[in-house]
Design a protein around this ligand. Sequence first.
Ligand code: 5AD
Ligand code: SF4
Length: 505
Amino acid sequence: MYQEIDFDKIDLSQEPPIDEPSRQYFFMAQCREFIRSESARLGRVPTYSIQTFGCQMNAKDSEKLAGILQGIGYAAAKTEEADFVLYNTCTVRENANTRVYGRIGYLGRLKRTKNPDMKIALCGCMMQEEHVVAKIKKSYPFVDLIFGTHNIYKLAELLYRQIRARGMVVDIERESAKIVEELPSERKFDFKAGVNIMYGCNNFCSYCIVPYVRGRERSRRPEDIIREMQEMAENGVTEVMLLGQNVNSYGKTFNTPISFAKLLQMAEKVEGIKRIRFMTPHPKDLSDELIEVMAKSEKICRHVHLPVQSGSSRILKLMNRHYTKEDYLALVGRIRAAMPDVALTTDIIVGFPGETEEDFMQTMDLVERVRYQNAYTFLYSPRANTPAAAMENQVPQAVAKERYDRLIGRIRDISQEIAQQDAGKTMEVLVEEVNAQREGFMTGRLGNNLLVHFPAGEFFVENGQAWEKNLKDKKDLQHLLGKYIKVQLTECMGFYYIGVPVNEP
Ligand code: 5AD
Ligand code: SF4
C-alpha cells in the first residue's frame, strides 16, 4: 500500500512515467512546486476544502482526494473560504443536483469578491452526465477543474494540467477498468474506516443512475483488501465498513471466483479489527452462506442494510429488482432465524411510475411485517436516460408526497418501539465523537448502529481496569475517542439512547 514518498527525490526534468501510481507521484511532486511558490507569494500555506454529497462511496473517495491534496502540500481549511474548493457530487436524485448548482453559484461569488485565485473543482457522479458538464461550461465558466468518478486518482495530474492551462480543464472517462491504489488517503476517523471492495454496479434497477455514472462492476483482489485492512489495523483502526454498490456480487468476475461470505471470513482473521460492517447487499442474491458466516461471527455487526425499494411485487418487477415481496420476506425470515437480535434497515422509494394506492399499501404492509430499525425513504426522482424516467403513469408529486408522509410516520413509530426493546440493557459502544450539543457528553455507536449519548465523567473500564475521572475538559474527552466501553441504555429517545458508562469489564 501507500508508503510515504520522498517527493523531493523525484526528477521533474524527466518525462512523466506511464505507469501508475508512479505517474501520480510525479505530478504530486510537480504540484508541490506550485504550492511552494504560492506559499511564498501568499505568505501562508494555501488551503483546501472538500464538500462531499451522497453516499459512503463518495465519502471514501473524498478521503482519497484529501490525501492527495495534503500530499501536494495544501492545508485543510475550516470553511469553504479556501484556495482549492472541491465538490464531490451525487446525482442519485435530482435534489442533490439542485443543491450543488446553488452552491457552485455561491462559490463563484466567493471567488469574485474574496479570492480571485481560488480554484474551484467538481468531481463525482454528477460530472459523469454530459448535460451537467455542458451546463457548467455554459453557466459557471469560473469553474477550474471537472473530473468524474473513474479518475479521482488523477487529481494531481489534472491539477497540474489546470495550473499550466489556466482555463477550465475537463477530464471525464466514460468507463474505467483500472483500479489505481497506493495513493495517500486522509481518513476522517482514526479508529474506523471504509474499505472499497468493489466499484460500479451491473444491476440496472430501472430508476437508478448509478450503473451509468459508476460503470461496470469491478472487484478488488482479496489480498489487496486484506492488506489494506491489516495496515489500517496497525494504524489503530478497529472498525471497518466494506463498501460496494452490491457486495453480494463481490468476486464473481474473477477467474477463480470467491464469494463475499468468504471475503468476510478472511476479513475476520485480521488482528486488531473488532467490528466489521458492510454496505450494500442486494436482496436478490444475499446467500445463506453469508447469513451463516454472519451468525457465527464475533466481529461482523448484527446489522443488515437491506434495501427493499417497494413492497409491491408488481412495482419490484418494473424496478428490475429480481425479487418479489414474498422472496424478500422469506429472506428476512432466514436472517432473523439465524440472528434474532439483528437490526434491519432499508431504503424505500415512494411514487415510482405507475405506483397505485394498492401498490403503496403493499409497501406499508411490508414495513409492518419487517419492522425495520430504520428506513431511508425517498420520493421517486426521474433520472436522465434511465428506463423508469421514460415510463408512462408518472405519479403526481402531491400523491407521492402524501404517501411518503404516511410511510415515514409509520416507520418512525415502529423504529421507536424497536429501540425501546433494548432500553435498560448494558451494551458496548465504540466512542466516536465528543458530543457537540451537550457539554461533557460523548457519543458512541452500538453494534446495531444506533447511537448512544452518555456523560463522560463517570466510571470507565479500560483494558479490564476500572478508573474514574471527572472529565470536563475537551482534551480529556478526546482521549476516549476510539475506545470500546460498556454503557447502560437508560433512556430511549426514539432513534438514539441516553446512557451511562458501566463499571464492569
Ligand atoms: N429516485 C429516488 N430514489 C432513488 N434511489 C436511487 N435512485 C433513485 C431515484 N431515481 C434510492 C434507492 C437507493 C438509494 C441509495 O437511493 O432507494 O437504494
Ligand atoms: Fe442502483 Fe440498483 Fe445498482 Fe443499487 S443495485 S446502485 S439501486 S442499480
